[in-house]
Design a binder for this molecule. Structure first.
Ligand SMILES: Nc1ncnc2c1ncn2[C@@H]1O[C@H](COP(=O)(O)OP(=O)(O)OP(=O)(O)O)[C@@H](O)[C@H]1O
Ligand SMILES: [Mg+2]
Length: 240
């Protein structure tokens, strides 16, 4: 049984078909990359999977159960966590408290005592050691992106959805992020990673899907997908 099954998913906003008839499956243990130009529907796809939006049509199954239209907190409790492209920390809480929210309300909920130790470990993992007590609102954008990752990991996801977390990092930071993602994946978490920083994506993903105007236009091994005429055309259009 696949971990995730997305079947003929569609979502429109007014006249815009943000996600149009998208189907794919994801096996447990995969690290899947998602590419596509700006506005091609990548974040909307995550919003549908994570329950932030309801699809107009189509189904989403997770571990064999239909989760279409479930509330985000229920989906999180079943083991799907996501980061937000436009970061959404609890601004009035400290970095540590943000991660604690994930640890206390996610899939495997910790006791308050154990939760703090776990949260501190996760802050260190993403490079936020020393920032635990700072209000999230006072962190730099890059640090708030790191916090997104720590909070998502704190929910103990079976499936982690990462939405553009590498943009704006230095090369050194990007390497560190790729190492972190590899480590999270190696510890047994299935990952879907939306990213415009293509070299970072291609360094880790085993499979790639590409969206364009809401449609899935290519899927398969990264090297093959990158070389398909439709994908090359899509990206050459952008460069032009
Ligand atoms: N809440 C919304 N209301 C109206 N239109 C929306 C909404 N969310 C997304 N859209 C539109 O849906 C389309 C897909 O947007 P989406 O954010 O999913 O793209 P994306 O692939 O994540 O782009 P980017 O790479 O810029 O993050 C765009 O045309 C966008 O303007
Ligand atoms: Mg997006």
């Amino acid at each position: 049984m696949p971990l995730l099954e997305v079947e003929r998913l569609s979502k429109g906003f007014g006249g815009v078909r943000a996600v149009h008839d998208v189907s794919f499956t994801l096996d447990e243990g995969e690290l899947l990359g998602v590419m596509g130009p700006n506005g091609s529907g990548k974040t909307t796809l995550f919003n549908l999977i994570a329950g932030a939006l309801r699809p107009d049509s189509g189904r989403i199954r997770f571990r064999g159960h239909d989760v279409t239209g479930l509330a985000p907190h229920r989906i999180c409790a079943r083991g799907i966590a996501r980061t937000f492209q436009l970061v959404k920390p609890f601004a009035g809480l400290s970095a540590l408290e943000n991660v604690l929210v994930g640890r206390l309300f996610g899939r495997e909920r910790a006791s308050p005592a154990g939760a703090t130790a776990d949260a501190l470990r996760l802050l260190a993992l993403v490079g936020l050691e020393g920032r635990a007590g700072q209000p999230a609102a006072a962190l730099t954008l890059m640090d708030r992106k790191r916090l997104e990752l720590a909070r998502a990991l704190a929910t103990r996801p079976r499936l982690l959805l990462l939405d553009e977390i590498a943009g704006g990092l230095t090369e050194h930071e990007c390497h560190a992020l790729v190492d972190t993602i590899r480590a999270v994946h190696a510890s047994g978490t299935t990952i879907v990673w939306i990213e415009h920083v293509v070299h970072a994506l291609l360094a880790v993903v085993g499979r790639l899907i590409v969206l364009n105007f809401g449609r899935l236009i290519a899927e398969g091994p990264p090297a093959t997908v990158i070389a398909t005429p439709e994908v090359r055309e899509t990206y050459m259009g952008i460069e032009a």
